[in-house]
Design a binder for this molecule. Sequence first.
Ligand SMILES: Cc1ncc(COP(=O)(O)O)c(C=O)c1O
Length: 398
Amino acid sequence: MDAFMNTYHRLPVTFVRGEGSWLWDIQGKKYLDFTAGIAVNCLGHGYPALVKAVADQPARLCHVSNYFQSDVTAAFAEKLIAACAPVGMRNLFLANSGAEANEGACKIARKYSLKKYGPGRHRIVTLLGSFHGRTISTLSATGQEKFHRDFGPFTEGFIFVPPGDIDALDRALDAGTTAGFLIEAVQGESGIFPQEPAYIEAAAKFCTERDILFMFDEIQCGVGRTGTFLGCEAYGVKPDVVTLAKGLAGGLPVGAVLAGEKAASVFQIGDHGSTFGGNPVAAAAGLVVLEKVNNPAFLAEIARKGDKFLDVLRSWKHPHIRAVRGRGLMTAVDLDTEAWPILEAAIAGAGKGGGAEPSPPGLLMLSAGPRTLRFLPPYIISDGEIERGLEILKGLLG
Ligand SMILES: Cc1ncc(COP(=O)(O)O)c(C=O)c1O
């Protein structure tokens, strides 16, 4: 019997090693990585400064309770707030995952509203097609019916609106009952859909006028992935809350909920906590990521490489490609055929590497729904690697 519960539709490949944009399986076959562990390994595999930080930190200090302080966790927190200062973030709470970060955001919205307006104003509005996590409350916040089957009853008070519909948002953001609005700047799991600027502008206006917390889930699109440190920077808005995870420590588990002026003093002693949140080893890795990524030249390169993906894919005018979308290094390709067999074929195509002319590598891609391919490669991917991976894809599309 398999040791694991049957939760993942796993592809038949076991990885043992990674370097840069490449992974090697247990048989020594080589694969080009267009997934980065679903937007996690943002500096690629085996990034030397990150490896060193993660190796050195436990020898100094591996873990200390959040009832005490750690120098490296404090340094990480300060650097992260500085990185998010352009959108007005003031302080943060550190968790271990995206779902936990979003749980923290929902708790902040509810307490903010309760303390100011009393009970009954606890609703949180999110978008249809959104993805906010797998805990009962973050599933409740996730606007996709397929994730809701079998797990009710859900946390009460989440309602969904169609993305882009300003009138529906106006109606849903009812000042008498709503505490918060939670939105991904670029919807990731549902197929890379950047929000329309006019929609974000209207949302910001409604939230400000009605004192509803405006909260960005930047778990997939944050930490530089769209070519700005936060995806919401592209809209020139000042959110009240931002959540981050995934790429934040380049492969180690960490999550963060950041608060702007309005929300910064909502959590008080005893309101929230986490045993591992802000663990020094994850924080040491996070410092390396922030050092590298929060740099205008590096962010500009992410945007340029993202445009290259779009330019190459669009230049094919391929008969099986229905649409190409993206922002920065988040790219989606809608097909007229099933995506999963293509992911399988891209792995099966891997031959053994080695020698001056290695035999063909495999290609790792993600799907987003049945007929959409999704690419979230590491930021350090080279132009040559982008071209190589897309050539492999072209061959698979036939
Ligand atoms: C936008 C968004 N929010 C939240 C999550 C949940 O993050 P985690 O799996 O770390 O709990 C994800 C994960 O894919 C995500 O893409």
